[in-house]
Write a protein that binds this ligand. Structure first.
Ligand code: IPE
Ligand code: IPE
Ligand code: MG
Length: 247
């Protein structure tokens, strides 16, 4: 996104982030604390996704992006991966009607080809069904890694250059960004991570260049409207400078 006018207008301190991205972490610890299997945490985590989407709609956030499954998460034990894929199937089958009814547009980003064929079909149908909706842009990152996304963009640009369609010297940030999964989506203003971990874990590496980072101690299954409010209040206390001097 372009650098905004450094002269902040009165009242702009209380602005809402246009795009909130969330690293939904802590399902396993939530379950462990209750002596339950990790799957129970993931199931409760899916309920928290519903709460987060509802809260974002109520607040009027334009874009909500959720990290659901990372490229690295494929390396978890096979039974956990298959539980997570089962939950994803269930979510896609059962939530789409409601998401569509309330005007949510769903997009999925990540290495889609690694997902099971029936899940790919469900994703394609869900994206097509909700494509004209405008109340909230919900993006779910599945089989997603920031570095693989950047490498893929570089491969595509290299192929275009090799074919003589583009001049390597003319590649700029905007053109690079158009080759990322997020080509149609503005960069996040606010990135939240739950569970107390303070790391990015390969999420949206390019896109969060100037995002405000907020780390919450809440475990993802317990996340709700109050936590989103808390993170947005923290965001509103921050001064975004974009490399400029104090405003
Ligand atoms: C986040 O919860 C969900 C996914 C990564 C799929 P975790 O499963 O990472 O939970 P913790 O970090 O072990 O508590
Ligand atoms: C990041 O959480 C991925 C998702 C939330 C989907 P992880 O639990 O996989 O990240 P690490 O392993 O703690 O860095
Ligand atoms: Mg985790």
């Amino acid at each position: 996104m372009s650098v905004p006018d450094p002269l902040l207008k009165a009242g702009e301190e209380s602005r809402l982030p246009v795009h909130v991205a969330i690293i939904m972490d802590g399902n396993g610890r939530w379950a462990k604390a209750r002596g339950l299997p990790r799957t129970a945490g993931h199931r409760k985590g899916a309920d928290a996704v519903r709460s987060a989407v509802k809260a974002a709609r109520e607040l009027g956030v334009g874009y909500l992006t959720l990290f659901g499954f990372s490229s690295e998460n494929w390396n978890r034990p096979a039974d956990e991966v298959s539980d997570l894929m089962g939950l994803l199937r269930f979510y896609l089958r059962n939530e789409i009607e409601e998401l569509h009814r309330v005007g949510v547009r769903l997009r999925v980003i990540g290495e889609r080809s690694r997902l099971a064929p029936d899940i790919i079909t469900l994703i394609e149908e869900s994206e097509a069904r909700t494509a004209a909706n405008t109340a909230l842009n919900l993006t779910v990152a599945l089989s997603y890694g920031g570095r693989p996304e950047i490498v893929r963009a570089a491969q595509r640009l290299a192929a275009e250059a090799k074919a003589g369609r583009i001049d390597p010297q003319a590649i700029d940030e905007a053109q690079f960004a158009r080759h990322l999964f997020t080509a149609e989506i503005p960069d996040p203003d606010l990135l939240i991570r739950t569970s107390g971990e303070k790391r990015i874990s390969n999420f949206l590496l390019w896109q969060i260049a100037y995002a405000e980072l907020v780390f919450l101690d809440v475990l993802w299954p317990d996340f709700g409207r109050a936590h989103l409010d808390e993170a947005i209040r923290e965001f509103q206390r921050r001064e975004r400078r974009y490399g400029l001097t104090h405003g």
